[in-house]
Design a protein around this ligand. Structure first.
Ligand SMILES: [Zn+2]
Ligand SMILES: [Zn+2]
Length: 445
């Protein structure tokens, strides 16, 4: 059963999004031959997000995605994959290390049995990765990123953690004792891709499929902050693990999405890292060394004297009338943010496409520009006091990159327009920063 898949095939790419792919077309002997299914899925992510926006608008008469929240989610997804520019994924690296040195037997890579065993194994391990990401606070510090949106739509699926990959790898290692890395490399990607389409409120009950598969209705409950939703429905592709291990619940009352304590910000580094700082601060409020340690090991709702996972009834009560954090920002600023975000997205794609030919220095520079852009956009959306200065510095970097040919226009025909736009942006934010500084100085005089 040789790997006869054409990685560029639209049909294969589309079917990979829904786990509708056969062992015959996705079995490979070497890890190097495994397609980058997730990387190749970008057009499908965009296509399905646009489709959700259109269908959602036609069905509800209102946009199902807001610009501030959607951009933050996509930015989180971009950040989460940056380590892959510099190294192979942690999960696959650790897996190959164990396989090379400690494997007990070798399941044949070209057998459909192996393919299905690895599918079940990856999904089973994912259940435990995910469950512990909710039940152990220092892993939750990474995973809370995915739950920090107060909306539930396809962009939420992309809101991934930068740091979760550094802890999740350990859970898959038992499989490395028997199953070839190339089969694992296929399933770890297909499992992640399947979880994209279930992040929508537009698909309702799917009948008998709800018994076996994780579906939009089951995963919607997982994103709820109502007491009955907390620590439920961890499954990846299959929901049977939740039914087996007692963590399944169906939707009851209206689901309110997001974290128990919403963060009310779109600043991307805060979204990614704030919980680590919170845990550090929280641990200092306890006197005993034991309680300080348990802050990191027990569940996020834990308090001294309470069970390991805490008591969810202690969480803030919901009324069902909660309104997501929604900043009031002008239409021209929204247009500005969209254009600069798209320019950074072009550079991001460029780095991934050319990572084999770019020098480390250039890769770091381009990645730094992308990071600075999505950070600065968050500052602008939040209308932070230092947003003007940060944006001015970012425009300086952008103009430098443009000068040396490291930033492409949105379209080749728009080269001159983009150049003028970048210069005007720099001028605007420079003037605004200076006028801000001048008015502050005037006030203090
Ligand atoms: Zn989760
Ligand atoms: Zn999710």
């Amino acid at each position: 059963m040789a790997g006869a898949v054409n990685p560029d095939s639209v049909s294969t790419g589309a079917r990979a999004m829904f786990f509708m792919i056969t062992p015959n077309e996705s079995s490979f002997q070497k890890v190097e031959d495994v397609p980058q299914y997730v990387q190749q899925a970008t057009p499908f992510f965009i296509g399905l997000m646009v489709l959700e926006l259109v269908v959602g608008f036609l069905k509800t008469g209102a946009p199902v995605v807001t610009l501030s929240d959607g951009l933050t989610s996509v930015s989180a997804g971009m950040i989460s994959r940056i380590p892959l520019l510099f190294m192979r994924g942690c999960e696959l690296t650790a897996y190959m290390f164990v396989w090379d040195r400690y494997r007990l037997l070798e399941l044949p890579w070209d057998s459909a049995w192996t393919w299905w065993i690895v599918f079940l194994g990856v999904d089973f391990c994912y259940y435990w990765v995910h469950r512990l990401a909710h039940e152990v606070s220092f892993i939750w510090a990474a995973h809370q990123v995915h739950h920090s949106s107060e909306y539930y739509n396809l962009t939420t699926a992309l809101r991934q953690s930068l740091t979760q990959q550094f802890t999740s790898w350990i859970f898959y290692l038992p499989m490395a004792l028997i199953a070839p890395p190339a089969v694992f490399a296929v399933h770890i990607q297909l499992n992640l891709l399947y979880q994209f389409w279930i992040h929508t409120e537009l698909i309702k009950n799917l009948g008998p499929l709800e018994w076996v598969f994780n579906t939009p209705t089951h995963h919607k409950v997982h994103h709820g902050r109502n007491s009955y939703c907390i620590d439920k429905n961890y499954g990846g592709i299959l929901i049977i693990w939740d039914r087996l291990f007692g963590t399944f619940t169906a939707e009851k009352e209206k689901v309110v999405f997001g974290l128990v304590s919403p963060i009310n910000t779109f600043e991307i580094l805060y979204v990614q890292l704030h919980y680590y700082l919170y845990l550090g601060r929280r641990s200092t409020t306890f006197k005993s060394i034991g309680d300080k340690c348990l802050t990191f090991i027990n569940g996020p709702s834990w308090k001294p004297g309470k069970p390991r996972l805490g008591d969810h009834l202690d969480n803030p009560k919901l009324t069902g009338q909660e309104v997501p954090h929604y900043p009031n920002w002008s239409l021209p600023l929204q247009m500005y943010v969209i254009i600069h975000f798209l320019l950074a997205l072009g550079t991001y794609q460029d780095v991934f496409d050319n990572k084999m030919t770019l020098s480390q220095f250039n890769m770091l520079g381009m990645t730094g520009y992308v990071l600075l852009t999505i950070t600065s956009m968050g500052f602008l959306v939040d209308q932070r006091p230092r947003a003007s200065v940060l944006e001015m510095l970012r425009c300086v970097l952008m103009a430098t990159m443009q000068r040396y040919g490291y930033m492409k226009p949105l379209l080749p025909t728009l080269a001159v327009t983009t150049q003028a736009f970048v210069s005007l942006s720099l001028l605007y934010w420079a003037l605004r920063s200076f006028s801000q500084m001048f008015s502050i100085r005037k006030k203090t005089d």
